[in-house]
Design a binder for this molecule. Structure first.
Ligand code: KG4
Ligand code: ZN
Length: 357
């Protein structure tokens, strides 16, 4: 049985969690807390990196104490201390990284520096129906929109990606355009609930191939954002007269349609019968509903990360750490810093005795 403390500060949520993995692979979240800074960043319409770093410094020590107390475990009883070290805002990442490495040195525990996207991928293991490889993952967050095939041996291959904005970014930008505030996803979802999703026709953002035709699994959301702007201009209404519910619902529907259609097609083309959905946008109710309904028609099983672990949290970082411990990977060198960018397919380099950055 393994137990870990996990820390996450890569963007605007400070989070800590304690988790335990049973010999049969089941994972218990013993404690998980998040101190959100959303309200403070909302004033500026997006994340202000400098404010994020300072708030992490203030919030993280209290969160660590609270989750250790709640889990009833002393830090020197843990098998490892884990923290997100890439990718994300460098100054923000540094807070969990330094805290994690200090605690690891102090309590003489191994340190695991986790890749943030590996954390999102592991979040589905915290649900009732953890998938077994092979499966296709739709990772949809504020920074990424990717289709990743996880093969029988656990190896990963990216099969699709966005060429411009990530899906979450599109939600955030369109929410700003509609005057709905930050973060855009939850704001659009709330307004869209009573809207007519068929009222406005919006483009599905296809990526042309050099030899003709379209890329079957890639995405583009910047044209959709422009189309929303044009639609609003054409309506010519004052901001407080806009049909916000219909606009939000039509936008949400086209994003869900595109994500669901291309994911299912990719799974079918690769003979995969399990689809996993993770990341902040996977919290979207319309998207969850559409994915489950249409996958069912095609005999594809769907596992979605639990709602509480879709947006950034530390439990998913702990789950990734527990999976790494189970594979007996080396711990991360205490010399390792943080990286604002680091590809997921090079995540193995984080769990070695040589510091990659
Ligand atoms: O995974 P996440 O917390 O952070 C990143 O790693 O990026 O994702 C944040 C993104 C934001 O763009 C936010 O607007 C979006 O996820 N989001 C949603 C919902 N909740 C969060 N998008 C659509 N519907 C939601 N309910
Ligand atoms: Zn994230």
């Amino acid at each position: 049985m393994h137990a870990v403390l996990a820390l996450e500060t890569s963007c605007d949520e400070s989070a800590a969690a304690v988790l335990r993995r049973h010999p049969d692979g089941r994972i218990d979240v013993l404690a998980s807390r998040i101190a959100s800074q959303v309200e403070e960043h909302a004033r500026w319409g997006g994340v202000v990196p400098e404010i994020a770093s300072r708030r992490h410094v203030e919030a993280l020590p209290g969160l660590v104490e609270a989750v250790a107390d709640e889990a009833g475990l002393a830090l020197d009883q843990l098998d490892a201390i884990a923290a997100t070290i890439a990718p994300g805002l460098a100054g923000a990442l540094m807070v969990a990284s330094v805290t994690g490495r200090t605690l690891a040195a102090l309590h003489q525990r191994p340190f695991l520096g986790i890749h943030h996207l590996e954390g999102h991928l592991a979040s589905v293991m915290l649900g009732d129906a953890p998938p077994h490889p092979p499966y296709l993952v739709l990772l949809v967050s504020g920074g990424h929109t990717e289709l990743i095939l996880v093969a029988d041996d656990g190896g990963m291959k990216r099969l699709g990606r966005s060429h411009d904005d990530a899906a979450g970014e599109a939600f955030d930008k369109v929410a700003r355009l509609l005057g709905l505030g930050y973060p855009g996803g939850p704001a659009i979802q709330a307004v869209a609930e009573t809207g007519d999703a068929t009222r406005f026709r919006l483009p599905k953002g296809r990526i042309s191939l050099p030899g003709g035709g379209f890329h079957p699994y890639d995405f583009s959301f910047s044209g959709l954002k422009t189309a929303m702007l044009r639609t609003v201009e054409t309506l010519g209404e004052a901001k407080d007269q806009l049909p916000l519910a219909d606009l939000a619902a039509s936008f949400e529907q086209v994003v869900a349609d595109v994500l669901v259609q291309r994911s299912l097609r990719c799974a079918e083309d690769h003979g995969v019968h399990q689809l996993v959905m993770v990341g902040g946008v996977a919290a979207n109710r319309r998207l969850r509903r559409c994915m489950v309904e249409r996958a069912q028609e095609r005999d594809i099983a769907v596992s979605i990360a639990p709602m509480a672990f879709c947006t950034d949290n530390a439990a998913m970082i702990g789950a990734a750490a527990l999976l790494r411990l189970g594979q007996n990977t080396a711990s991360t060198s205490l010399e390792t810093g943080v990286a604002a960018r680091w590809p997921l397919d090079q995540a193995d380099a984080l769990y070695t005795t040589n510091a990659p950055f």
